[in-house]
Design a protein around this ligand. Structure first.
Ligand code: NDP
Length: 282
């Protein structure tokens, strides 16, 4: 599994992690989801993404059970505060509640889930306080455009923004135009959420290109999709999978390296909403 520096952090993080939105949290499917998370960690997908919003805390609880007994330092745990909780005191409280549900005493990164009508200055100060108190190792944001990022950077007094978690898949590539270059310039990791567009790719135009490239690598189309999205430094992807088989497939993407011709071919096959003027040099 390829690892790379995560924004300004000292540690490296594997390019493919594990999302947990809508992860089954009850019954047999929850047991399978826990096995899948552990298997993912075993295969190097130590970046686990969650949020207080997911299942109203149930996703964090499930992760807490799944990671029990694993060496904490090995993991890269990320959670998010809801805008509705993101006042100064509210953010501190929300973080404590997430830590409790996860059964850990720190998060590797803690994000504001989306901008909403949040008092950004207050929230950023609360996140800095959490870093200072050792409850989070770094702070980040999600669904931020360049204006939001600029405002957040101005509001921060000490700590840098470690990441911006954003929607990025083959059918939705608008972040290539502004957010990715901005994040690159300011050493902010870009974390691609919903990397599969939550959909089935087998009936989409362009899939033949993915299949051809997948065959050449002895890989699957989903592995090629993840390799394409994470083709440049500073970009990570967090597919969500709730079965061991899916997790194993996704982890395999971490070793697929596409050449320039393959990247150009995928770019041409999935032109939807990409930057005008062709493939940006990421
Ligand atoms: P994804 O694009 O990751 O798609 C998830 C779907 O793909 C699930 O149905 C899953 O099935 C299926 N899948 C995963 N791997 C495979 C595979 N190898 N073969 C076949 N099917 C597969 O969508 P998400 O929206 O879940 O995004 C990923 C994560 O990003 C979220 O879980 C969450 O952590 C984060 N996110 C963050 C947001 C934000 O606002 N910050 C918003 C949305 C997502 P199955 O479950 O059966 O394995």
């Amino acid at each position: 599994m390829i690892e790379r520096p995560f924004g300004p952090l000292e540690r490296t993080v594997p390019i493919v992690g594990q999302g947990t939105w809508n992860t089954p949290t009850r019954g047999d499917r929850a047991d399978e989801a826990k096995r899948a998370l552990r298997r993912g960690v075993e295969l190097g997908m130590v970046h686990i993404d969650t949020a207080e919003m997911y299942g109203d805390g149930a996703s964090e609880r499930l992760i807490g059970e799944a990671i029990r007994g694993l060496p904490r330092e090995q993991l890269f745990l990320v959670s998010k505060v809801l805008p509705s909780n993101a006042s100064y005191e509210g953010t501190l409280r929300a973080c404590d509640a997430s830590l409790k549900r996860l059964g850990t005493d720190y998060l590797d990164c803690y994000l504001l889930h989306w901008r909403g009508g949040v008092p950004l200055g207050e929230t950023m100060r609360a996140l800095e306080r959490l870093v200072h108190d050792g409850k989070i190792r770094s702070l980040g944001v999600s669904n931020f455009d360049v204006d939001d990022l600029q405002e957040a950077r101005t509001a921060l007094e000490r700590d840098p923004i470690a990441c911006n978690q954003v929607l990025y898949h083959l059918g939705e590539r608008t972040i290539e135009a502004h957010e990715i270059p901005y994040c690159r310039e300011h050493q902010i990791a870009v974390v691609a959420y919903t990397p599969f567009g939550r959909g089935d790719w087998t009936d989409r135009a362009g899939v033949q290109t993915l299949e051809r490239i997948a065959r050449a690598h002895g890989a699957t189309t989903r592995q090629v999709i993840l390799a394409f999205l994470t083709r440049a430094d500073g970009i990570f992807a967090i597919p969500k999978a709730s079965t061991v088989a899916h997790v194993e497939e996704n982890a395999g993407a971490g070793d697929v390296q596409l050449d320039d011709e393959e990247i150009r071919a995928i770019d041409g096959a999935f032109p939807a909403r990409r930057r005008r003027g062709g493939l940006p040099s990421l």
